[in-house]
Ligand binder design. Structure first.
Ligand SMILES: [Mg+2]
Length: 159
């Protein structure tokens, strides 16, 4: 059965524990999704910038794997992320394995961080990577989901 369940869930990247990944799980590399994960609502937060810096200082290899063919090179350059793949066709396993090869890491030593349960979480799980789900509380889809849930229990108007 398809496994859409992440190993960890956070509302923002900066809540991820670098120490836990490194010391307890022996993770060596991080594969980030781009849209809705690194870039949320058309911007990259200072918290995310700091997290990326801390992750690199801790010795992690960092890459970006995105299904979007138009990921901004300027942003990637600013973030100093050189190992990237656009138009990746997640959740296929191949793009995850190809990225692991480029990072020179075994898939089991990699954590995937993304905001999509199908392309990122399911993809990571089937590739044998550690999956971390970023649940963006400001996204249009999340707000609609909350609204629908409230409607289902009889609450119609929420401001
Ligand atoms: Mg995304």
């Amino acid at each position: 059965m398809a496994n859409f369940t992440p190993k960890e869930t956070y509302t923002k990247i900066s809540d991820i524990s670098i120490d836990y990944l490194k010391d307890d799980l022996n993770i060596k590399g991080l594969i980030f999704d781009f849209d809705g994960t690194i870039r949320v609502n058309k911007r990259v937060s200072i918290d995310t910038l700091h997290f990326l810096k801390r992750a690199k200082n801790a010795g992690f290899k960092v890459s970006v794997l995105s299904n979007n063919p138009h990921v901004s090179n300027t942003i990637l350059k600013t973030l100093n992320i050189t190992t990237t793949q656009k138009l990746a066709f997640k959740p296929l396993k191949k793009p995850f394995f190809d990225m692991a090869k480029r990072m020179k890491l075994d898939p089991s030593r990699i954590a995937v961080i993304g905001n999509n349960r199908i392309s990122d979480i399911w993809g990571a799980n089937r590739a044998g990577m550690y999956s971390i789900y970023i649940q963006n509380l400001n996204s249009f889809f999340y707000k609609r989901k909350v609204k629908n849930n409230l409607k289902n229990i009889g609450i119609k108007h929420v401001d």
